[in-house]
Write a protein that binds this ligand. Structure first.
Ligand code: MG
Length: 160
């Protein structure tokens, strides 16, 4: 078994929608980024690359490369999942935290879990997403940023 830890931050600006967890939400803010700025998917990619001892997301998908400008981040996740599969691993469990002041995410978490389960080629019961606010404090609380954390456990398929 191998464990990975991922973390990501994106600045927020006034907007009408937010890409998060592979879905599009109506929101008063949008995340700023080179790709579609899906902070949760980036943290998951980072965690999975960590578990595979393959460095980090910036090394594999540099934001200086125009190939990734505006890209749907689930395409990046697909690349990383392919690396996991070719090495004979599959996901055991994924736990995540989204730190965001608004909008409220609870109504959308199951839709994100379903999309992520599909991309990670696993069952929805192996994916957890928690959402928390910054209680008005710090970059999250002031609505300046979205921050996501992910912890992932993978195992050789023969162990499952
Ligand atoms: Mg990012």
């Amino acid at each position: 078994m191998r464990i990975g830890h991922g973390h990501d931050t994106h600045r927020l600006q006034a907007g009408t929608y937010l890409r998060l967890g592979g879905i599009t939400l109506e929101a008063p803010v949008s995340a700023v980024g080179h790709s579609d700025a899906d902070c949760l998917v980036h943290a998951i990619c980072d965690a999975l690359l960590g578990a595979l001892t393959l460095g980090d997301i910036g090394r594999h998908f540099p934001d200086t490369d125009n190939a990734y400008r505006g890209i749907d981040s689930t395409q990046l996740l697909k690349h990383v999942v392919d690396k996991m599969k070719t090495r004979g691993y599959q996901l055991v469990h994924l736990d995540t935290i989204i730190h965001l002041e608004r909008p409220k995410l609870a109504p959308h978490l199951d839709a994100m879990r379903a999309v992520l389960a599909n991309h990670l080629q696993t069952h929805i019961d192996r994916i957890n997403i928690k959402a928390t606010t910054g209680e008005g404090l710090g970059i999250v609380g002031r609505g300046e940023a979205i921050v996501c954390d992910a912890v992932i456990l993978i195992a050789k398929e023969v162990m499952l």
